[in-house]
Design a protein around this ligand. Structure first.
Ligand SMILES: NC(=O)CC[C@H](N)C(=O)O
Length: 358
């Protein structure tokens, strides 16, 4: 058996079974999702984090590329009660350390009590507890990853669905899940994926019907360029956002965000829509939340468990954001109509909707 250690903030070291070798460090978080391990492991929002699966068996329906949200694994390391060989081999081929035979109830209880925390991992034939502790020592706080946008964004503009007849969307890629792009393409949109640090001139070059800010990893205040872009675009073009996108929109409109104790990560987070009084089940993966929405935004949806803002609507301008992942994947699919609502905002701004010769 390959040795495997995870050192938690405070110095507590837990031993497990090595499943993919290497050393790593990151913010230790957990997801309660019982399906969707392929989607979670390829979700760019997990960049710089170590992901613990609380569900005890991970990998029981194999590993298929069609399910991937990006072309690589994003968590720095993976902890589980039991990983199948399929998943362990995949993680090894990606160079991502993994360990199992852990009591993940103990890990999750620690995170719930102490909050998301720094950790160090060491997996391999000759590793020791000290190797895991050295990784812990070198681990940064999530908010110190100030360049995290550059780690996950496209470098150059990418266009998808150029032949589509629907709305033109400028999607600012702060670490976008692939299924946000496919949800827009399925609705006939032409999607221009822009780097996270795109400026107003880059958006003007696309002349979009919608400016859409994606999900992404880390602390939203580190996305200064994206916040500035949204600030300058309010009132010029309808704006949409998912997860980090909602947080960036709130920051841009004079609101604020805060770090949660251990966040929301799973596929059964209940969300109440305040207008319809209807509850939907949602996929979530976030460790920050909107604290103050900003003066031009109204909170329209809240998390049933802790009342945190889950949906924001613009009061004077066309703005629509969600803290959860409406694109689902792995599901549930209660909230896919968000994309229809976003695309319905296309053409709301007359200066863009009315052709010059009208
Ligand atoms: N999925 C996301 O976009 C995550 C947003 C942000 N990084 C957070 O942890 O809250």
């Amino acid at each position: 058996m390959t040795a495997a250690y995870v050192a938690l903030e405070g110095g507590h070291v837990i031993e497990g079974r090595g499943r993919a070798p290497g050393t790593a460090r990151g913010e230790l978080v957990f997801t309660t999702a019982y399906t969707g391990y392929e989607e979670s492991l390829t979700d760019p929002s997990y960049e710089e984090q170590v992901l613990t699966f609380s569900y005890p068996l991970i990998g029981n329906y194999g590993v298929r590329e069609e399910r991937f949200e990006d072309d690589r694994v994003h968590p720095r390391a993976v902890l589980s009660r039991e990983l199948t060989d399929d998943v362990a081999d995949w993680l090894e081929s990606e160079g991502v350390p993994a360990m199992d035979h852990l009591d993940t109830r103990e890990v999750v209880t620690d995170i719930r009590d102490e909050g998301a925390m720094k950790c160090g991992i060491a997996v391999g034939e000759d590793v020791t507890e000290e190797d895991a502790l050295a990784e812990l020592e070198a681990c940064k706080e999530m908010s110190e990853h100030t360049e995290i946008g550059a780690q996950v964004s496209v470098d150059d503009v990418e266009v998808h669905g150029a032949d589509n007849d629907g709305a033109t969307v400028a999607l600012v890629d702060c670490g976008a899940k692939g299924s946000i792009v496919s949800s827009l393409l399925e609705r006939d949109a032409e999607v221009h994926v822009l780097p996270y640090d795109a400026g107003v001139e880059d958006v003007e070059a696309v002349d979009p019907d919608i400016l859409f800010v994606s999900n992404g990893p880390g602390d939203p205040v580190n996305f200064e360029e994206t916040i500035e872009l949204v600030e300058e675009s309010v009132g010029e073009v309808p704006i949409a956002g998912i997860c980090l996108g909602q947080q960036i929109v709130a920051e841009a409109l004079g609101g604020s965000t805060e770090k949660m104790t251990f966040g929301h990560r799973g596929v059964n987070q209940p969300v109440l829509d305040l207008e319809s009084d209807r509850v939907v089940m949602t996929t979530q993966n976030h460790g920050y939340a909107v604290a103050e929405p900003g003066e031009h935004l109204e909170v329209t949806q809240v998390n049933v468990n802790d009342d945190t803002p889950e949906g924001l609507d613009g009061i004077e301008h066309d703005i629509l954001t969600r803290q959860y992942h409406p694109e689902a994947n792995p599901g549930p699919e209660d909230t896919l109509d968000f994309f229809d609502d976003v695309l319905a905002m296309a053409g709301h701004h007359s200066q863009r909707a009315v052709p010059a010769d009208d």
